[in-house]
Ligand binder design. Sequence first.
Ligand SMILES: [Zn+2]
Length: 247
Amino acid sequence: MLIFIFILGLLIGSFLNVVIYRLPRGESIVFPASHCPECGHQLGALELIPVVSYLFLQGKCRACASKIAVTYPLIELTTALIFVLNYLYLENLTVLLAGLIFSSLLIALTVIDYQKQILPDKLTLGGLIVGLFLAFFRSDLAMGQAILGLLAGGGFLLILAYLSKGGIGGGDIKMMAMVGSFAGPVIAVTAIFLAAVLALLFALPGIFKGKLQLKSKLPFGPFLAAASLLLWFWEDIFFHFYLNLFI
Ligand SMILES: [Zn+2]
C-alpha cells in the first residue's frame, strides 16, 4: 500500500507539473499532449515516467537536447513523499482523499506563486468548493467546521490585508479560505501566524546582509502553504510546543 501511494504521488506530481506550467499561461491542462517547451517534441510513453525518465534522459530533451528543469523530478518526488505522509497520518479513506487533494493544491500553489507571483482562482476557489464538498463525507471535519474554517482563514487574512494596506494579496486571502475549508478554523488561523514566522526566519539572513530590505516583496503563498501542511500533519506537536513556551 505504501508503494502504491508513493507511485500515485509520483504520477500526481507529474500531473501537477503540467498544471504548474500551463495554468498561469492560460493553456489547457488536457490538450495538447506533453511536449518539450523548447522544440515542441511530443513526449512518448517512455519519456513520461516520473523521475525515471528524467534520470534516463540525463535531464535533456531527447530531440533537441535542451535542459529539462530539475524542478520537474523534484516536484514529483516531493508530492510522492507528502502523499506517503498523508497515508501514514490519516487512516480513514475519505480523510486520506481530502489530504491528498489538499496537499496537491498546496504544492501547485506554492510553485506557481514562487515562479509567477500569482495564486490562480482555479486552484484557490476551485479547491475551496472541493473542500466544502468533501466535508459532507469526512468523519474528522463537520460541514460547520469547514464553513467556519473558510470564513476564519479568509476573514482573518482579509483584516490583516486591510491593516497592512497592500502587503497581502487577494490570492493569499482566497488561498487561506481554501485551507480553512479543508483543515478547519484552528489550523487556518494558526497557519497564518506560523507562515509569518517562517517568512521572517527566511528573510532574516538577507536583511542582515543588507541584500533584502524589510519592504522587499516576497511571495507569501509558499509560506502559507508550508505552514498549512506542517499543521495539517503535526498540529498537536505545534500546540504542545506553543503551550510549553508559556506554561
Ligand atoms: Zn526539445
